[in-house]
Write a protein that binds this ligand. Structure first.
Ligand SMILES: O=P(O)(O)OC[C@@]1(O)O[C@H](CO)[C@@H](O)[C@@H]1O
Length: 305
């Protein structure tokens, strides 16, 4: 069984407004509220493609209750209840572009962190843990080492989609897959990926450091995948972007939905990943995936090394 762990879930509030200003009341419209957080988005997308997973995370207050109730209609949720209130993240679309306001998140104390470690230790069917998103207040980055330690004790694999600088050390623990973007590769691994040559050498460096597989996403420039043998590139579908929130999570999950079961399916997995990510970017939240097949026709995957 795949489990996703969202250390810092959120209700996403997507709203739209005219040009914002400090000089007047900024009335907003078209509010869409969705139960989210990066790992939850992965589970929801996996479900869309017929792959079961279970959701782990820290949840609290009315917002935590709402997320657990709604998410549980899609995938089983195993919550660790915290005392604070799960955050609400705001995504504001204006004529000038998209503003993203993720909140720091409610504190998760040490007792709750240990409760999560015990919960994972007790999972008899854990095959792969996908750890996604930021750390809330109260959790030290060394918690990732503890999580990975438990996963390893159980002989399971782990996938990381985190932006924390500690990712640099965590790759030495040989994650099955990491999914950085170009900014994270620059900030965490200190490599500016401007040309394909830079990208290929960065992928080799990250693989040599320990990551077994790397899915590098580059927004409008598509994505690269490296499995230690070959490097593939897929272009990005051209779409009218409404909100990029959730697109990266959907890209990761849709790739995993084929590749985890059969690692030789890189080409169809990348095609599905790019089409799904693009479709998600066209709507608030994850949307309905309705255009994935159509968008997939515009995706070309090539082996570049
Ligand atoms: O603060 P984090 O955990 O990095 O990101 C949280 C978040 O922005 O990521 C998702 C989109 O990827 C949203 O559903 C959610 O609000």
């Amino acid at each position: 069984m795949i489990y996703t762990l969202t250390t810092n879930p959120a209700i996403d509030m997507n709203i739209t407004s005219d040009t914002i200003s400090t000089e007047h009341v900024n009335r907003t419209r078209d509010a869409v509220y969705t139960p989210n957080g990066k790992g939850l988005n992965v589970s929801f997308t996996l479900k869309h493609y017929g792959i079961d997973s279970k959701i782990l995370g820290f949840f609290g207050g009315f917002s935590g209750d709402y997320i657990v109730r709604e998410a549980d209609k899609i995938c089983p949720v195993m919550p660790v209840q915290i005392d604070g209130i799960t955050r609400v993240n705001v995504f504001l679309t204006t004529p000038e572009g998209e503003y993203k306001f993720p909140n720091a998140g409610a504190e998760v104390n040490r007792a709750k962190q240990e409760e999560m470690l015990s919960l994972i230790r007790g999972l008899d069917d854990l095959e792969c843990l996908v750890v996604s998103g930021s750390l809330p207040t109260g959790i030290d980055p060394s918690y990732y080492d503890e999580l990975v330690g438990v996963v390893r004790e159980k002989g399971a694999e782990f996938v990381l989609d985190i932006s924390h600088p500690h990712l640099r050390e965590l790759v030495e623990k040989q994650p099955l897959l990491i999914k950085p973007n170009d900014e994270e590769v620059a900030a965490i691994f200190g490599v500016d990926v401007k040309s394909e040559e830079d990208i290929v050498s960065a992928l080799h460096a990250i693989h040599d450091a320990g990551a077994k597989n790397i899915l590098l996403t580059l927004g409008g420039d598509g994505a690269y995948f490296f499995n230690g043998e070959h490097v593939w590139h897929a272009n990005a579908a051209k779409v009218k972007v409404l909100s990029t929130a959730c697109a990266g999570d959907a890209t990761l999950a849709s790739f995993l939905s084929l590749w985890l079961e059969d690692p030789t399916l890189v080409e169809p997995a990348l095609t599905r990943a790019m089409a799904t990510g693009a479709n998600v970017a066209m709507s608030a939240g994850l949307g309905d995936f309705a255009l994935v097949d159509k968008l997939a026709q515009s995706i070309r995957v090539e082996v570049v090394e």
